[in-house]
Ligand binder design. Structure first.
Ligand code: UDP
Ligand code: MG
Length: 322
């Protein structure tokens, strides 16, 4: 039977954890009684260096509830890192895990459908919001803009999917191969490959506590998403440099014609042309240096070059080679 772990990053969430634990325990009990998951399934709370009583709460829940386990990070490292810490910590202990936010804005009844996809052989199942009514106008429009910008810059992310997803132990082990420090999970998970599925759900309002994503954190997440995936901004500089050089060629012809017609003041031709050509050359040079830097940047990530899903051979157990 499937051993399911639920991984939840928590930052200053002491108000919501009683409610969250109650709801998730009910869900786990239901799935256990339906014999869909094993009785040793767990809820893992990851305390992301909270400043309130979140850790005390997790400790007392651990003592009173058989499902609850906890991990405490030494300081606040942000949602993505907290989630990653949890996922990598449990990667070999469970058959699959589901990551969800502490406020349960993502409908936990979707878990049944995610498990069904897992039982059908999917190693990754994305939860996709089918409406954003519960978000404020600002959040909705910034989120939409964000998906558009990211896809323009070439990051392969799933539209309207946050971090509510199921991953198998296999997929978690593959994720472990990505050693980059600026890890943007929503961009990395699609790179893993494997058989994937999606389930749709409606997102609820946050019932307890406040959002932990202020504009500053959202902005940082957006910039991280772009700069940890794309070298397109560098390519754009090269392109602008080339365009400026082309314009300088045009300016060369134009200023010579003006000079020949006697329409120019002394010195104008050479100054105008140098401005364009030197500017263009500089931008192009920066772009070329940028190309090399982007190679270094991609190398330093030392991402796995491939991930083996299965093998058919004698005397070897399935394992992932990178
Ligand atoms: N979170 C975290 N570290 C942070 C900020 C947020 O672990 O620095 C957690 C938070 O406790 C919650 C999840 O990330 O479980 C999503 O945060 P929130 O619900 O506030 O975001 P929103 O739903 O408003 O986008
Ligand atoms: Mg939330």
């Amino acid at each position: 039977m499937t051993k399911l772990y639920i991984v939840i990053p928590c930052y200053n969430e002491d108000e919501t954890l009683d409610y969250t634990t109650e709801k998730l325990s009910e869900k786990l009990e239901q799935l256990i009684s339906e014999k869909r998951i094993s009785a040793d399934s767990k809820i893992y709370y990851i305390d992301d260096g909270s400043k309130d009583k979140t850790w005390d709460k997790i400790e007392s829940l651990h003592n009173s509830n058989k499902f609850v386990n906890g991990i405490k990070l030494s300081k606040n490292r942000g949602h993505q890192n907290a989630l990653l810490a949890g996922l990598l910590h449990i990667k070999d202990d469970c058959d699959c895990c589901i990551s969800i936010d502490a406020d349960l804005q993502d409908d936990i009844n979707t878990i049944d459908k995610m498990l069904a996809e897992f039982e059908n052989g999917c190693e990754i199942v994305y939860g996709i919001r089918n409406d954003r009514k519960s978000d404020t106008f600002l959040k909705r429009s910034t989120a939409q803009l964000y998906y558009k910008i990211l896809s323009f810059f070439g990051a392969d992310i799933i539209y309207n999917h946050a971090d509510f997803r199921l991953m198998s132990s296999n997929a978690l082990n593959a994720l472990d191969g990505f050693k980059e420090v600026n890890l943007f999970l929503r961009g990395i998970v699609p790179l893993l490959g494997f058989k994937t599925g999606t389930v749709e759900y409606a997102r609820n309002e946050r019932l307890y506590g406040k959002t932990k994503y202020n504009l500053k954190k959202m902005f940082a997440l957006a910039i991280d998403g772009i700069t940890s995936f794309s070298i397109k901004p560098i390519r754009m500089i090269t392109a602008v440099g080339l365009i400026a050089l082309l314009i300088s060629l045009g300016m060369l012809i134009y200023s010579f014609v003006q000079w020949a017609l006697g329409n120019t003041t002394r010195g104008w031709t050479s100054i105008v042309w140098s401005i364009w050509s030197v500017g263009g050359l500089e931008l192009l040079a920066i772009g070329i240096i940028g190309e090399y830097i982007s190679k270094i940047y991609l190398e330093t990530k030392s991402r796995p070059r491939f991930i083996i899903e299965k093998t058919l051979e004698e005397n070897k157990t399935d394992k992932q080679i990178q």
